[in-house]
Design a protein around this ligand. Structure first.
Ligand code: HEC
Length: 351
């Protein structure tokens, strides 16, 4: 399916036109519009099925609306002939009943054939996307928390490191995703790359994703998991293999030592106020209850897709987490202007 680029590009145009997402701005505003477009072989067959079922539903609705219209018109014409005798009315009623029975029988037969066809198509699609075309060389363990995603990489060389809310993958390679949950039932869905899979406490579910071109694909928790469920997004960043391997090397490194005085004070402040929950590899902060921040500044978004990752937003989040994501497990942390500036200097270095 992924090799069928011209057809998919045409579909993309139609979808963009249909959803008014022509401009980059519109697309950015509707990041999940990709639920009707595919960027990889695990989602391609699903999307073809989506479009076929959508077309079928539109077709069925159109036919039903047309039949309803004809029936109303005919009924009006018949009730407009008041001079008919009783026997004429009875004959017409009997004929009408016979016709109605025939129409119901034909309609039921057509619906049954269509529904059976849809069932067969669904089973075929499920079988087509069940397994990757070849064994994945990379495994990523994604653990869902209220309301963010912990991402643990096992590198092909056997090393392991943790990051959060952003999953990098190499293009053209299937990647195995082991899904688990630390608290309640969540569901992992990156529509452009694969169907939905639940993350269930005490159980590991498996999924695979593959991107056939570089890009950033938005994902979302799709199982209602509490007040901030809607703010539990993540991004999959697909990179050309060489770029991905550079990213992999950089992420395995511990945080660079703080150089400036401000950054050093910021590190101490972090250690005192944040390390109970957060870890920064290479420092004394080893908390495991919150996103790993070792390479925080290298990520695109913070707070599980809620805010762009800028210095200002990072400080805004620290001071107002409970306004940005009410009831999230990150408390508001009051800092003096000097403390905020030191902390910011430290967080900025976490590239
Ligand atoms: C009581 C635990 C706790 C403490 C203390 C805490 N945090 Fe957090 N923090 C969290 C949790 C939980 C999240 C994830 C919230 C979410 O997205 O729902 C988070 C998210 C973040 C994020 C966004 C990370 C990302 O990749 O999305 C940043 C940045 C952050 N915290 C910085 C700090 C800083 C700086 C401090 C100290 C001044 C701090 N936190 C103190 C629990 C904590």
């Amino acid at each position: 399916m992924s090799g069928d680029r011209p057809a998919l590009a045409a579909l993309e145009c139609v979808a963009c036109a249909a959803f008014g997402t022509f401009s980059a701005a519109c697309r950015a505003a509707t990041p999940l519009a990709y639920f009707l477009l595919s960027a990889g072989p695990a989602s391609g067959p699903v999307q073809v099925l989506d479009w076929a079922l959508a077309a079928l539903c539109v077709g069925v609705c159109t036919v039903i609306a047309a039949l309803l219209y004809i029936a109303i018109r005919r009924n009006r014409r018949e009730s407009a002939s008041p001079n008919a005798t009783l026997s004429q009315v009875n004959v017409a009623d009997e004929r009408g009943e016979r016709t109605a029975t025939r129409i119901v029988a034909v309609g039921t037969a057509i619906s049954s054939v269509l529904l059976l066809g849809a069932l067969v198509a669904m089973l075929r699609v499920l079988a087509a996307v069940a397994d990757p075309p070849r064994a994945p060389s990379l495994t990523v363990t994604v653990t869902a928390y209220d309301w963010w995603w912990k991402v643990t990489y096992q590198t092909p060389a056997g090393a392991s490191f943790v990051t959060a809310n952003e999953i990098h993958i190499p293009t053209g390679e299937p990647v195995r995703v082991d899904l688990q949950s630390a608290d309640v039932v969540h569901a992992f869905w990156v529509p452009a790359l694969a169907g939905k899979t639940q993350a269930i406490p005490g159980q590991v579910n498996h999924q695979w994703i593959e991107a056939d071109r570089p890009g950033v694909w938005r994902g979302q928790c799709t199982q209602f998991c509490g007040p901030q469920h809607a703010h539990m997004a993540m991004e999959v960043v697909a990179q050309a293999p060489a770029d991905f391997s550079r990213w992999l090397d950089a992420q395995q490194q511990p945080a660079a030592a703080a150089q400036s005085g401000a950054a050093q004070r910021g590190e101490q402040l972090f250690d005192a106020r944040c390390s109970g929950c957060h870890a920064i590899r290479g420092t004394q902060s080893e908390g495991a209850q919150a996103p790993d921040l070792t390479h925080l500044a290298s990520r695109r978004l913070i707070a599980a897709g809620t805010l762009a990752n800028t210095s200002l937003n990072r400080l805004d989040w620290v001071a107002h987490a409970q306004q940005r994501k009410p009831e999230s497990l990150m408390p508001d942390i009051a800092l003096t202007p000097a403390e905020a500036s030191d902390l910011s200097a430290w967080l900025d270095t976490l590239q």
